[in-house]
Design a protein around this ligand. Structure first.
Ligand code: ATP
Length: 442
């Protein structure tokens, strides 16, 4: 029986994933497969942080057993298959008790929702939840004959919960989350950087650290029960990286859990749509139609023409050195832009430069008699300062472009949970040739 939970936390308190770990810890049921952390529309305004919804499959298990976590020094196993479903109402009572113990009661924006279903839902709901703002009425209607659910306060969390059960798991990564409740004490930034270098040594992990920006990405910013999270495509490597951290640092943690996730999959990206709608995320190919420009706050923009629409591509201040890439583009360049769309602006997550146009500059010609540079008097009038001969045309020459075709992405510090890092592209069989170009550039 699938149990899904969402919207239990606030900005600096709790994390729905911890509630899942508590369900695992207290459960009299077996766990089937890994619990799932499913990221949904990154453009939804009421998300607390990363718009993640959670689910776990509980019942009587059978088949191969796998380690999926460790709680209070005891390994937690999951079964390969389900042998027997539990009673859904008993299960709801058990889950409700835990959610009720832990959800943040002091925040009006915390509105937990629990969904319990024997079956998973059609992927259409997953894609809608990645692309649109779904109403609670729609979800209640959707769940009517499919599942039982419980709303706490407005129960807005049933939207994310239901959508997490519609995840098609076509592209999958893992995250190992390490916990201490209510939260771990202070860890010095230098120590965090040293710790973040450990998972970075494993080539199946991603988004661990941003050396340029001195950012240990495995450590979340807010104070929640999560100490750190390691992301990767191989769950064994995550355990090995965790053990290496544990063996080298005197980490007083309480538990870890390995989730299956849609992080780093680009599942939110819609390719080449006919029309662009606010709140969706796209990959679109077009021609650069302006020179780059900057606004106060260090935000960089450039315009692009896509199917007769002139839109802005943005690289906001948090995207750091990626802004320099925007600054190197000129009209005529052909790019494929990836990002979320709102107010006629695509907030860039990645950029594939397909081709660069030629860049020409003009300068005052050299006097053929005196061999000195002429002076520009305006209106195509160049005069030799020595012999006063007049020249009508400037010298035109081609300037070498400072950007090559290839993939460019925002640094780890600015990466969205769902964005596929370029380094994962070969794993997922995406954009292989361009990845090669990008490696050439670097
Ligand atoms: P955390 O990642 O720490 O769990 P969060 O960023 O996921 O926090 P929540 O507190 O879970 O934020 O709030 C997200 C809310 O948005 C939930 O109520 C969820 O049901 C809802 N939601 C998610 N996707 C959509 C969508 N596409 N349309 C409407 N509501 C959505």
């Amino acid at each position: 029986m699938y149990v899904a939970v969402d919207d239990t936390d606030s900005m600096d308190n709790m994390c729905t994933t911890y509630i899942i770990s508590e369900i695992m810890s207290r459960s009299k049921y077996d766990i089937i497969g890994n619990p799932e952390l499913v990221r949904l529309n990154p453009n939804i305004s009421y998300k607390t942080r990363g718009n993640g919804a959670l689910n776990i499959n509980l019942g009587k298990g059978q088949g191969k057993k796998n380690i999926i976590g460790k709680i209070d020094n005891k390994y937690i196993y999951s079964y390969e298959k389900l042998a027997e479903e539990p009673d859904e109402n008993d299960l709801m009572d058990f889950i409700y008790g835990i959610v009720n113990d832990y959800y943040v009661k002091t925040d009006i924006k915390t509105n937990p929702g629990i969904v319990i279903s024997k079956n998973r839902f059609n992927e259409d709901l997953y894609y809608r939840a990645l692309e649109e703002d779904i109403s609670i009425d729609f979800i209640e209607n959707y769940l009517k004959d499919r599942a039982i659910y419980k709303k706490i306060k407005t129960g807005h969390g049933i939207i994310g919960s239901a959508a997490s059960l519609a995840w098609n798991r076509r592209r999958v990564t893992y995250e190992l989350l390490d916990y201490k409740y209510p939260h771990y004490g202070y860890i010095n930034k230098n120590v965090k950087m040293e710790i973040a270098k450990i998972p970075e040594k494993y080539n199946t992990t991603f988004n661990n650290i941003d050396i340029n920006n001195n950012y240990p990405a495995v450590f979340p910013k807010p104070k929640t029960p999560v100490i750190f999270g390691i992301r990767g495509t191989n769950d064994n490597d995550l355990i090995n990286a965790y053990n290496e951290i544990k063996n080298n640092y005197n980490l007083n943690d309480e538990r870890y859990v390995i989730y299956k996730t849609n992080q780093g999959t680009d599942d939110h990206i819609i390719n080449d749509p006919e029309f662009l709608s606010d709140l969706s995320s796209y990959a679109i190919t077009g021609v650069i139609s302006s020179y780059p420009y900057t606004i106060q706050g260090g935000h960089h923009f450039i315009n692009m023409e896509y199917k007769n629409v002139n839109l802005k591509l943005s690289a906001f201040e948090p995207t750091k050195e990626f802004r320099k890439i925007i600054d190197l583009l000129i009209p005529g360049d052909i790019v494929r832009a990836y990002g979320s769309y709102v107010y006629n602006t695509l907030k860039l997550e990645k950029l594939m430069v397909i081709s660069v146009s030629k860049l020409f500059k003009k300068e005052a010609p050299i006097c053929t008699v005196c061999h000195v540079k002429t002076k520009n008097k305006g209106n195509m009038d160049y005069r030799c300062p020595v012999c006063k001969i007049r020249y009508k045309n400037p010298n035109i020459y081609e300037v070498k472009r400072k950007i090559k075709p290839g993939y460019y992405e925002v640094p780890v510090i600015a990466r969205r949970h769902l964005s596929m890092p370029v380094e994962l592209s070969s794993y997922f069989g995406e954009f292989n040739d361009l990845y090669k170009w990008n490696s050439m550039y670097r």
